[in-house]
Structures are given as structure tokens and as C-alpha cells.
Write a protein that binds this ligand. Structure first.
Ligand SMILES: Cc1ncc(COP(=O)(O)O)c(C=O)c1O
Length: 425
């Protein structure tokens, strides 16, 4: 949902001091690749490493205290995502790794003839792992993006769903198109046929307050290194579902031990503890904006202000791109309706996308070109022939001056690229 009343403006100067990397003379606009890290996160990682590095589960006080910190981290993530139980929070190295873990836990239950629906707009993390279910006899169907509207049409999904469907996997927001998908509406349809829904929220979680219960999903995954934290990730699953999955842990670990049954070798303690810093920050931003109430209401306030600010920055860029001859925006051309993330992709007539980015690289700007591992989408749209798209991905800590700086150099890059490469339509 779009933020209803314009929230109190973010104090950008204060926000930026939370991220020491932003003091450098560089414009970070590849945030969907990886966001900058909060001091609050780094301090906690350091604190854990230097005070709490003992094995967990022993009876001595230090081990008990370290265990309490790791549990506190899980509870903090549970609150951040609105999980009903902290046992539903499975943490691991990356979204891709957690997806492969999930598939390994699902695999023993798959029977020949079971059907799985994947989209061609997803990052490969939420496709490739699912294809492994074919080894157990599952049939895979693709729910393809409408090449004209670039949307996933619910009517197309309806045609693919059947009583044999066991899982549907989709993205909450595309890391290329920036489009927010109607996950809750999909969940209703998926559940109607008795199937389950797995949602990749990597491109969503930096921009909206995650609510796994409201999403309607059965599994919901994202990476903390896109949400101002460390290179680390979370997979949430409904308790009843996780209990049914095969254990990935040792034979002597009871298979109802959540989340440990799905965390072989256990979590990374210091990175888990570091993640508390993300919630601390969001709550502090909400409080500074005048929010009251519980932790999640304060975090919601922070995200409302982020959305408002990010929409303004995205519109600043989109308005320029809309007006620039030769540019085609790959995704929604306007923002402000709550359905678009500030991740903006485009191509330039006659140009390879690389040429644009190699030009802006020279001016202390971090943007990027390519398929962003959404390879199937880029190929379906025929954009692989020009080296994928140019992607600018904005975070709440970016400023209008940074976008203006980008636009200045983008403009020169686009003109130069169109002059030199007239052969690509
Ligand atoms: C939408 C999306 N899903 C999944 C991933 C993979 O995340 P990870 O690097 O944590 O495996 C990415 C990474 O860029 C992504 O953008």
C-alpha cells in the first residue's frame, strides 16, 4: 500500500551518519545489488566476536549468555518480519543457499506427477533450486510475464494451477522491473488448490516493512545484505509446514526441533547478532519521526517515510528517462502508487547497456548493467542482445543531489552511446 498521508520528511543528514560508507565521495546506486551497512550492525558483529565467541549449549555462564544473544537475534528477526513464532525463522548464508536447503527438505515428499509453477520474472535463486524437483518426477510450468505490460497476469496463473500443483514460487518485487507483485492474491488462489507459495522478497524487504503473515505465503525469503545488514539471509516458513519437512540435520537431532532441523551446522552467530542492529535502526528512525507504539508501528513509520522519499527520487529519475529520446524504461514508467520499487531499469536505442555504465563509472557513480540473474526475464524480453539493462537501484539514504549528479552523467553517456552504436534497434 502507498503511504497514505505524506510522512514527516526523513532527516537525511542523520540517516546518512548511520552508514559510514556514505561519507565517501561516491554515489551508491547499486543498492539492489547490496546496500550499505549500518554502524549498529557492524558494532554488534564486532561485539559478539570479541566477547561471546564460545560454543553454544554448554552449562557455563559464558555459553549461556552467548546462546541468549543468538536467541535474542532470532526474536528480533521474527519481530522484523512479523512471524508468529520465532521458531519459524531459519537463517543462513544467502537466499540462494536457503532455497537449496528448502528444496532438499521438500524433495523426499515429491511424487511423480506433482506440479510446480515458477515465474520467468524471478531471480534464478527462486527458479533453479525448484527445477531440482524434476528429478523426483515433478512437472514444472512457467508463469510468464506478459511481454506487453511486463506484469504477471493472475488469469495466466489460474490456467496453470491444478489439483496436482504442490508449490508456486514467485517474487514479491522484481529486481529488474521494480514491480510489486500481488502476493496475497496469488496466495489465495494457490491455497484454493491445496498448494503452497514460496516468495522471494529480496527486492522488496529494503523498501517495505515485511509482514510474512499478511503476505499469505508459506515460505518467505530475503537477504540482509540488501537491508543494511551483513551478507546473510532469512527463510521464514509456517510452523506446520516446517514441521512436515525432512530434517537436514543429524539423525539424533529430533525432527521437530525448529529451526535447527533446517540449519545444519547452525547459524552464523555473529551475523545473526548483527541483524538486531537493523531493527534497532528502523525503530530509531520511526521514533525520531514522532512514531509511538510498539516496535513494529515505529518500524512501519520509518518505512512509510522511506517509501515517500524513495518515490520522489525514483520519480526524479523516471521523469528524466521518460523525456529522453531513445530511452526505453523496462518496467512501470511512473511511481507513487505503491506498486513500484525505486529500482529502475532501462535500455538505450542503438546502445549496449555496458557503454552507459562504463561512462558513469568514471564519475564516482555505482550503477550496473546486465541480467541481474533474472536471466530468463532478460531473454524473454530479448534484451540479452544488448547486454541486459542498465539498472539504477535507489535506497532511502540516497539524496536528490545524487540523482541529479547521476542524471547529468547519464545524459552525456546516453548521447555518446547513441552516437557510436547506431546498429541495435
Ligand atoms: C530478487 C533476488 N532474489 C534472490 C537473490 C539472491 O540473493 P543471495 O545473493 O542472498 O543468494 C538476489 C540477489 O541479487 C535478488 O536480487
Amino acid at each position: 500500500m502507498p503511504a497514505t498521508t505524506p510522512p514527516v520528511a526523513l532527516d537525511l543528514a542523520a540517516i546518512r551518519t548511520e552508514f559510514p560508507a556514505l561519507a565517501q565521495d561516491f554515489v551508491f546506486l547499486d543498492n539492489a545489488g547490496g546496500s550499505q551497512v549500518l554502524t549498529r550492525v557492524a558494532d554488534r558483529v564486532r561485539d559478539y566476536l570479541l566477547t561471546s565467541s564460545v560454543q553454544l549449549g554448554a552449562s557455563y555462564a559464558h555459553s549461556q549468555a552467548a546462546g541468549a544473544k543468538v536467541l535474542q537475534a532470532r526474536q528480533s528477526v521474527a519481530r522484523l518480519i512479523n512471524a508468529a513464532h520465532d521458531e519459524e525463522v531459519v537463517m543462513g548464508g544467502a537466499t540462494t543457499a536457503l532455497m537449496f536447503q528448502l528444496i532438499q527438505a521438500i524433495l523426499p515428499q515429491v511424487r511423480p506427477g506433482d506440479e510446480v509453477i515458477l515465474t520467468n520474472t524471478d531471480h534464478e535463486a527462486n527458479i533453479g533450486a525448484w527445477l531440482r524437483l524434476q528429478a523426483a518426477g515433478a512437472t514444472v510450468h512457467f508463469w510468464n510475464v506478459n511481454p506487453q505490460t511486463l506484469e504477471l497476469d493472475l488469469a495466466d496463473l489460474e490456467k496453470l494451477l491444478s489439483p496436482r500443483t504442490i508449490w508456486v514460487a514467485m517474487t514479491h518485487a522484481s529486481n529488474v522491473l521494480g514491480t510489486v507483485n500481488p502476493v496475497a492474491e496469488v496466495a489465495q488462489r494457490v491455497h484454493r488448490v491445496g498448494a503452497r507459495l514460496c516468495v522471494d522478497a529480496v527486492a522488496y524487504a529494503p523498501h517495505r516493512l515485511v509482514d510474512v503473515q499478511a503476505s499469505g505465503a508459506d515460505v518467505y525469503v530475503f537477504s540482509f545484505y540488501k537491508v543494511f545488514g551483513p551478507h546473510y539471509a532469512v527463510l521464514w516458513g509456517r510452523r506446520e509446514l516446517l514441521l512436515q519437512l525432512a530434517s537436514l540435520n543429524h539423525y539424533f537431532i529430533p525432527s521437530d526441533t525448529l529451526p535447527y532441523k533446517l540449519q545444519p551446522g547452525n547459524v552464523n552467530y555473529e551475523l545473526s547478532y548483527g541483524c538486531i542492529g537493523i531493527s534497532d535502526y528502523l525503530e530509531a528512525v520511526g521514533t525520531a519521526l514522532g512514531a509511538q507504539g510498539d516496535a513494529r508501528s515505529r518500524m512501519q513509520h520509518a518505512f512509510d517515510a522511506f517509501e515517500h522519499h524513495e518515490d520522489a527520487l525514483a520519480e526524479q529519475l523516471l521523469a528524466y528517462l521518460r523525456g529522453k529520446a531513445g530511452v526505453r524504461i523496462i518496467g512501470r514508467t511512473h511511481t507513487g502508487d505503491g506498486l513500484r520499487m525505486p529500482t529502475v531499469s532501462f535500455v538505450v536505442r542503438g546502445a549496449m547497456s555496458e557503454a552507459i555504465v562504463l561512462h558513469t563509472d568514471r564519475f564516482g557513480i555505482g550503477i550496473r548493467f546486465g541480467d541481474f540473474y533474472a536471466k530468463r526475464l532478460i531473454e524473454a524480453l530479448g534484451l540479452h542482445t544488448r547486454g541486459g539493462v542498465v539498472r539504477v537501484s535507489i535506497a532511502h539514504y540516497n539524496t536528490p543531489a545524487e540523482i541529479a549528479h547521476l542524471i547529468t552523467h547519464l545524459d552525456a553517456a546516453i548521447d555518446a552511446a547513441m552516437d557510436t552504436k547506431p546498429t541495435i534497434a
